[in-house]
Design a protein around this ligand. Sequence first.
Ligand SMILES: [Fe+2]
Ligand SMILES: [Fe+2]
Length: 224
Amino acid sequence: MSSSLPLTAPSMLSATERLNSDLEAPFSTFLRTVIAQPEAHTRFLNLLSLLEHIGSRKIMLSQMKGILTQDILKHLAEETRHAFFFKREAEKLAGHKLEGYSDAETLACGPGKLYFGRLDAGLTRDLGHDHAETGYLWVSLVIELRAIWVYRLYQQALLAAGYPLPLKGIIAEEDKHLIDMVARLDEIGFDTAAALDSAQQLEKTLFSRLFAALDAGVVEKAAA
Ligand SMILES: [Fe+2]
Ligand SMILES: [Fe+2]
């Protein structure tokens, strides 16, 4: 049973926007810069593919000894498809195949992996909740909030640049994942409201580091 007021997906998204209001303008500027440079944009798309792939792999690994329900398999399949979606788009823009996620072909590849690894470790370290799905649900929820924040701003920047890449379908699926995570955590008795603030503070710190690396990667390329 939750000791705090139950949260909804929309209220969490609004809180995420407030928490990240200082990052919104600089991140939008970064997105505009990236979209204007096909080579940097290719590498950014490949990074999004990598992050989606890591997400789908983490879902799979978290359930090796757990319970692969239909819901979890659906989530896994959708994250894998998101990785495919961004890889296909990256290759389309590059005009050739991009094998895997090399440093040369992936923007901030190392910092992207670090972001995910440290977030996963930080969020599951003191979980103290032994349901088989808790870690998976909790990490997914925090990641979905960032994914939706990033994809909404990316969608706006793409539209403004006239770049034909509709993210509506992906955003709708991430929204649904968030709703599912919130509902399932509530069902298994996890107190999301009590844990969310510090989790999002940690996530923001880690995301800010990734963003700094993204920015540096684009500036370096632009200057080269
Ligand atoms: Fe995704
Ligand atoms: Fe998702």
